[in-house]
Design a protein around this ligand. Structure first.
Ligand SMILES: C[C@@]1(CC(=O)O)C2=NC(=C\c3[nH]c(c(CCC(=O)O)c3CC(=O)O)Cc3[nH]c(c(CC(=O)O)c3CCC(=O)O)/C=C3\N/C(=C\2)[C@@H](CCC(=O)O)[C@]3(C)CC(=O)O)/[C@H]1CCC(=O)O
Ligand SMILES: NC(=O)c1ccc[n+]([C@@H]2O[C@H](COP(=O)([O-])OP(=O)(O)OC[C@H]3O[C@@H](n4cnc5c(N)ncnc54)[C@H](O)[C@@H]3O)[C@@H](O)[C@H]2O)c1
Length: 215
């Protein structure tokens, strides 16, 4: 069985080329735009959603078929045309350039696959069936959607601020570690729940540090 390495890629501002402009390309572009990639779509035709992204200046659309050289300067490529021969050529160019490639009709020709993704602000839950079947990954993601509600977005925003303040204000490594461990634990989620998931003020954070340092 093939096992994959899960990673969180920083695509911000990096050129990511998507060859094809259909339903599958649209899904992959959605994920790329969510992480602020610089998206370039090469396809004679695109879906209305992709066209709208283009008109709003959110991506570059090259309205023609793929040509060798289209991947120049790219960080990542997606081969999502409905022509296997085109996808094969895209995969080949990506391999020759040593860049990341997702090949939608023949995953083994590329070097990464997409998980099913649940986002709650900073919380990202990615589910993969490692190629066994996208419906299974999607169904598991939908179950997790029930458990991890929108409150997790505020929870992690708060945690981010608390961690920043602790790192600025608490010099002793042992005390710092104790606080950070506590902040990441289940009690913090409960405290925030009791406060109605409002973002804590700087004063409230200082108070929390003070209360929990003295214990
Ligand atoms: C999770 C998700 C993420 C995303 O795409 O962003 C995703 N596919 C999704 C949907 C979906 N895919 C397919 C259908 C039609 C139904 C069906 O055929 O079953 C639907 C349903 C729909 O479209 O509604 C068909 C399909 N998929 C692949 C092939 C080729 C092959 O397996 O050889 C074929 C046959 C094509 C054909 O022959 O026509 C390949 C891949 N699809 C993957 C991911 C990767 C493995 C993921 C894993 O196993 O964990 C992998 C390997 C590569 C990749 O794409 O990265 C997303 C769900 C998002 C969500 O709902 O949350
Ligand atoms: N991995 C997945 O999640 C997944 C899911 C379903 C289907 N697929 C596969 O993905 C591919 C695309 O499926 P779809 O449903 O988006 O198809 P689609 O018919 O909706 O879109 C195909 C797109 O490819 C474009 N295209 C055609 N020739 C091209 C060329 N020479 N250069 C660039 N673009 C070209 C078309 O203009 C169109 O925009 C198919 O090969 C399909 O088997 C993958």
């Amino acid at each position: 069985m093939k096992t994959y390495m899960p990673v969180m890629l920083d695509c911000w501002g990096r050129v990511c080329v998507v060859v094809g402009g259909g339903r599958v390309a649209e899904r992959k572009v959605g994920e790329l735009l969510a992480c602020s990639a610089q998206v370039k779509v090469v396809s004679p035709e695109v879906t209305p959603v992709l066209r709208r992204h283009h008109e709003q200046g959110e991506l570059e659309w090259i309205p023609r078929g793929y040509e060798a050289g289209d991947l120049a300067g790219a960080f990542m490529a997606h081969a999502a045309a409905d022509d296997p021969e085109v996808n094969r050529r895209v995969a080949e160019e990506a391999r020759a350039r040593g860049i990341l490639a997702n090949v939608t009709d023949r995953p083994e020709a590329g070097n990464f696959i997409h998980p099913s993704v649940l986002r709650r602000g900073r919380l990202v839950i990615a589910v993969s069936a490692s190629g066994a079947g996208p419906y299974a990954a999607s169904a598991i993601r939908k179950r997790l959607e029930q458990e991890f509600g929108t409150e997790y977005e505020t929870y992690l925003d708060c945690l981010y601020e608390i961690r920043k303040t602790v790192k600025e204000q608490v010099c002793d490594p042992a005390a710092r570690q104790k606080l950070l461990k506590k902040a990441g634990g289940p009690e913090m989620l409960e405290s925030l729940r009791q406060d109605g998931f409002g973002l804590w003020s700087a004063e409230r954070i200082r108070q929390w540090i003070h209360d929990n340092q003295e214990e």
